[in-house]
Design a binder for this molecule. Structure first.
Ligand code: ADP
Length: 536
């Protein structure tokens, strides 16, 4: 027997329709990205974003875009970028967020692989596009005529002009909720980038999943700052979650340094923010240098790579609670969160820390399991390692154009390529990426754990552990350290912080200091590049 409820396809346009109707005047603040605007603050609202997104849909239709076509964006987190999301997805086209930090060849490859027909780009990316000569029909610069960058890109269109000239509205929604709405490529830390194609339905389900109090737990009284770029797994879905809740949203534009972020957080009264660990380390360093405070910030989400203990401790000194999330482009992306069970929340902070350092438990909508080399399930004892696999309505079932072949096993599980353990209370901890594991004498050494402890050294800015070939043990860990500006340290000093906290055979054989840690396209330490940089 069929239920008797209304047919209401789960499509992304409904999010902004609701925000515009019920929270239409709530502020969306963004930092301008035009080179001559000196990063000025601009203000708009959900109602204005909705109206302008609708105009963009008409303009795109006039340029020949139809439902199912791919339209790319190449932009920082701004209100215009958010308009692009809703304008593209609302009319049933697919929004492909390009990551400007990818290598040129990777960008060329993914634009062609996706079949992008139009690229909407910030003015600052005009030289990059001129160099790429992408195989698209139009480039639209996300600004006005004065910033259309026609010296660099002769045929470029100006976004504001397109909106001004937009004709009759085109319908929004009215398509199947399983239609594609967004496309995001894995950043290629482990091989060629592959396209993950989200559906409207999976995107709405993910949005509701993240709104649980234990995940993002956003409220209409929050002021939300997604620092994580909109091209990095859709800024972890945060702009959509904020719009659904109707809360004030702050978008940092291109300025992601500690000083600019601090200024924005304080001036706009940000209560919740999300970013990768390297961003938090830079902000904390800025606060220490200037004596700055975080007066309204209460909660942050840290993910993308393991959250170092020092981030949790130092943010706590500012009255900020850190929640760690684990996920990947293929999981939409939030897969686990580290919120505390009541029994752990009742413990003193120091005793909570080991749990807070874990990547956490899955929210409803995600299931996890660990498999050993013989494809048997691994016990949840907090120490036995296995390959982490995931399943659920927000997990990819394959990649665009069949890249990578069949990625699900017979029972529908997706192998994440992460090595982890799960404890008796269900907290999962990532030990390494399968590609990054250091195997010494046949046993796994957790580079993540060594990095985390080393990063607590007061002089360390960033730490990474890589494996180097060793005749006797196969591989041995090597610690690479970028020191804080103006400090110097000896290898022995760095090893001292580890000595009491890890077993002897995990101790790195060598410590190498480098000026600047190579960061990948999503702000994580790029171990592939590091291996080339540091002599074995
Ligand atoms: P890419 O795969 O291109 O690096 P993703 O952002 O999708 O881009 O990366 C997902 C991977 O990042 C995960 O498989 C995992 O290895 C790592 N990761 C994400 N969050 C965490 C976390 N909190 N702790 C440790 N590793 C993490």
């Amino acid at each position: 027997m069929k239920g008797l409820m209304q047919d209401w396809p789960l499509t992304v346009d409904r999010i902004i329709e609701h925000a515009a109707r019920w929270d239409g005047d709530r502020e969306i603040v963004s930092r301008a990205i035009e080179p001559d605007a000196a990063a000025a603050i601009t203000r708009t609202s959900y109602a204005a974003i909705r109206a302008r997104a609708a105009k963009l849909s008409s303009a795109l239709a006039a340029l020949g875009i139809r439902p199912g076509d791919r339209v790319a964006t190449l932009g920082w987190n701004t209100a215009r970028h958010l308009e692009c999301w809703f304008g593209i997805m609302g009319m049933g086209a697919v929004c492909h967020t390009l990551n400007p930090r990818l290598f040129r060849e990777q960008l060329r490859f993914i634009i062609a692989d996706a079949g992008d027909r139009i690229i909407l780009a910030d003015p600052v990316f005009a030289p990059l596009l001129a160099e790429l000569v992408p195989s698209v029909e139009h480039v639209v610069i996300l600004s006005d005529e004065a910033h259309a960058e026609r010296q660099t890109l002769p045929g470029a269109l100006a976004y504001e002009t397109l909106l001004e000239q937009a004709g009759a509205p085109v319908p929004w929604g009215e398509f199947d909720e399983d239609s594609a709405c967004a496309l995001c490529y894995t950043s290629g830390t482990t091989g060629h980038p592959k396209g993950v194609l989200y559906s409207h339905r999976s995107t709405l389900i993910h949005m509701w999943m993240t709104l649980q109090p234990d995940v993002l737990g956003l409220s209409i009284r929050d002021v939300v700052l997604p620092i994580v770029p909109m091209y990095h797994a859709n800024a972890w879905g945060i702009p959509l979650s904020a719009a659904a809740v109707g809360c004030k949203l702050v978008l940092p534009g291109a300025r992601l340094d500690g000083a600019s972020l601090h200024e924005l957080i304080e001036a706009e009264g940000v209560t919740f923010a999300a970013a990768v660990p390297t961003v938090w380390l830079a902000l904390l360093q800025h606060l220490e240098q200037t004596g700055g405070k975080l007066s309204r910030l209460r909660r942050v989400l840290v993910g993308g790579s393991a959250c170092p203990e020092t981030v949790i401790r130092r943010l706590r000194e500012h009255g900020v609670e850190t929640v760690q999330g684990w996920g990947m482009t293929e999981t939409s992306p939030i897969g686990t969160h580290s919120k505390l069970l009541p029994t752990i929340a009742a413990l003193p902070f120091e005793e909570q820390l080991p749990t807070r350092l874990k990547q956490g438990r899955p929210p409803f909508g995600i299931d996890l399991r660990l498999r050993d080399a013989d494809d048997r399930t691994v016990p949840h004892d907090g120490k036995t390692l296995g390959r982490l696999q995931v399943r659920g309505p927000v997990v990819a079932a394959g990649y665009l154009n069949g890249a990578g072949g069949n990625v699900l096993d017979a029972e529908g599980w997706f192998d994440t390529g992460d090595i982890a353990h799960i404890d008796a209370q269900g907290y999962m901890q990532i030990v390494d990426r399968a590609k990054d594991v250091v195997k010494s004498g046949g046993e796994w050494v957790s580079s993540v754990e060594i990095e985390n402890i080393a990063a607590s050294h007061p002089k360390a800015a960033l730490c990474a552990v890589i494996g180097v070939p060793d005749e006797k043990w196969g591989e041995r860990p090597l610690l690479v350290v970028q020191l804080r500006p103006g400090t110097s340290a000896t290898p022995a000093e760095m090893l001292d912080v580890l000595a009491e906290r890890i077993s002897k055979w995990w101790m790195p054989d060598r410590v190498v200091f480098i000026e600047e840690m190579p960061l990948g396209a999503t702000g994580k330490i790029d171990k592939k590049a590091l291996r080339l940089l540091v002599p074995a």
